[in-house]
Design a protein around this ligand. Structure first.
Ligand SMILES: Cc1cc2nc3c(=O)[nH]c(=O)nc-3n(C[C@H](O)[C@H](O)[C@H](O)COP(=O)(O)OP(=O)(O)OC[C@H]3O[C@@H](n4cnc5c(N)ncnc54)[C@H](O)[C@@H]3O)c2cc1C
Length: 512
């Protein structure tokens, strides 16, 4: 069914991609963007943040990186320039309403709730009304559209703040506590002022925590070492070349996907994955041995207790900034494991060492974001809020990681994670554009739910407790295959049997 009025919320990478592919189908989307710029979180990163995915994987399929960007891992400014050039090249800015924050979306059904609940949600005939606040004059306007695409991002706005027992939270602390997203908003001068000459504790051990620790240690050296409190060790990677072989040969080709049990795989693929389990283990050990040696993890007591495969399957690995462990060695970064921590007046108390507080002036929580809550909060109706959030014991229930089986006329782009979120968002945007253009129909609700359940089982098997992250990293080709089949494309994009089996897949394989 063709729908003409589509509202896209967000003008980060996902929103721009959705806009571009809808436009190509002759649709006329309106993009609502809360800020006065495009690029989403790339406008709000730390000064030192670089792309952590090699740029050939993080590129638009029909718009290569400019030749003057020669590094594999461009700076955040180069990423932003690239995104801006993309939006200008495809003339997307004219579709965007800047300073337009969508406060809430409300579905006005043409039939009673129970009725559309039973049928294929996409074929409902209601409308979405979007209540939009214009930040520049603080006025609110209501827009009505046939279809909504949520591209609101999952790594911003709603911080994940740990819970503390009574009288042990930030309120009893004599120093300052901020979240990494607040730090990221500071300009270089204010960030320096905040950190310089202070005892800083950073909580977390993923991308933002690592970058923050580097920034603090560069400013304060060993005089005021930066303490990093972490709960889980991660297989953070120094490079994408374990023992000189590109990582993509182990985790981003069809052969590597044969080693993993897949949703809806059938008997033969199940048998192959079972028989090849030792090889999956060997690949993981091979990469682990490289990381251990290169980063000297044993020396620093930083070898994770679980496999690289598990970490990468849950998108838990980040790229380690250059010389991070040199800083640990010189003492300007101190790593401290703690299952739990609390606040006291002087600083932080950690599990088992409650008699000796870690004196601190500033605590920066690099504890991530609550993308699922952000998604939930955009709905006005509690029914939809509960539907989209699902159960905390299951993945966020999105068919093809895009469509909630019970929420009509709505898609989500940019929720699941992968090695390269730009690539994932582009594939989804193309899929949604074809869906809206009537190239294919969604299956019925039961089939969609069954598929979601299969992915839920997959996530729980390999990502363990991190299943809510909906990480499709090591099954990206399998995932793309489903989208290709829906759209009527040939999922096999390489020339020849061996290339198909062993060559890594990336955005350019889907350029046409
Ligand atoms: C520090 C950091 C480093 C990263 N590095 C990488 C990397 O190297 N490789 C990789 O693949 N991924 C990386 N990511 C993941 C990143 O999420 C994606 O690369 C991508 O930028 C996400 O784009 P998005 O459009 O989905 O979301 P966002 O960039 O978050 O954009 C969402 C947009 O929606 C707008 N918005 C939100 N709510 C509303 C509303 N209610 N009304 C109107 N507008 C709204 C926001 O203002 C924003 O512009 C990184 C993430 C972080 C936090």
């Amino acid at each position: 069914m063709k729908r003409s009025e589509v509202g896209i919320i967000g003008a980060g990478i996902s929103g721009l991609l959705a806009c571009k592919y809808l436009k190509a189908k002759g649709l006329n989307p309106i993009v609502f963007e809360a800020e006065d710029n495009i690029g989403g979180l790339w406008t709000k990163t730390l000064e030192s943040t670089k792309l952590q995915t090699p740029k050939q994987l993080f590129q638009f399929s029909d718009f290569p990186w400019p030749s003057h960007v020669t590094t594999h891992f461009p700076t955040h400014q180069q990423v932003l320039d690239y995104i801006t050039a993309y939006a200008n090249h495809f003339d997307l800015l004219k579709y965007i309403r800047f300073n337009s924050k969508v406060q809430g979306i409300h579905y006005e059904a043409s039939a009673p709730l129970q009725e559309w609940h039973l049928y294929n949600s996409f074929n409902s005939q209601g409308k979405w009304s979007l209540s939009v606040n214009n930040n520049s004059n603080n006025s609110t306007q209501v827009y009505t559209v046939d279809f909504v695409i949520l591209c609101i991002g999952r790594f911003s706005d709603v911080p994940n703040i740990p819970e503390f027992p009574l009288n042990r939270g930030p309120d009893v602390f004599g120093g300052k506590v901020i979240h990494s997203m607040d730090y990221a908003l500071l300009n270089a001068e204010s960030a320096t002022q905040l950190v310089k000459g202070k005892q800083v504790t950073i909580v977390g051990f993923q991308k933002s925590a690592l970058d923050l620790a580097m920034e603090c240690s560069s400013l304060n050296g060993i005089k005021y070492p930066c303490r990093v409190i972490y709960k889980t060790k991660h297989w953070n990677i120094p490079d994408f070349l374990p023992w000189g072989i590109p990582l993509a040969y182990f985790y981003l080709n069809r052969f590597s996907e044969l080693l993993v049990h897949k949703p809806n795989e059938g008997f033969l693929l199940c048998l192959i994955a079972t028989l090849l389990t030792p090889l999956r283990w060997a690949f993981s050990k091979f990469v682990e041995s490289h990381i251990k040696r290169k980063l000297r993890l044993k020396k620093f007591g930083m070898v994770p207790e679980y496999s690289f495969h598990q970490d990468i399957s849950s998108c838990g690995t980040s790229t380690v900034p250059e010389k991070f462990y040199d800083k640990v060695e010189e003492g300007s970064i101190i790593l401290k494991k703690a299952q739990r921590f609390w606040f006291c007046k002087e600083g932080i108390l950690v599990d088992g060492e409650e008699a000796s507080p870690l004196n601190t002036d500033l605590v920066i929580l690099a504890t991530g974001f609550r993308g699922d809550k952000k998604l939930k909060d955009i709905f006005v109706s509690p029914t939809f809020q509960n539907l989209i959030y699902g159960s905390s014991n299951e993945i966020v229930p999105l068919y093809r990681d895009c469509i909630h089986p019970h929420i009509p006329q709505l898609a989500v782009i940019g929720y699941s994670e992968s090695f390269t979120n730009l690539f994932t968002s582009e594939m989804k945007s193309r899929w949604v554009a074809e869906l809206l253009d009537g190239t294919f129909q969604l299956p019925n609700i039961k089939e969609m739910e069954k598929d979601v359940k299969e992915w839920d089982e997959y996530m729980k098997k390999y990502s363990r407790q991190n299943y809510r992250k909906s990480c499709i990293a090591v099954l990206h080709i399998w995932y793309n295959d489903q989208l290709c089949k829906d759209m009527g494309w040939n999922p096999k994009r390489k020339n020849g049997f061996f290339a198909e089996l062993f060559e890594p897949y990336g955005p350019l394989d889907y350029s046409s």
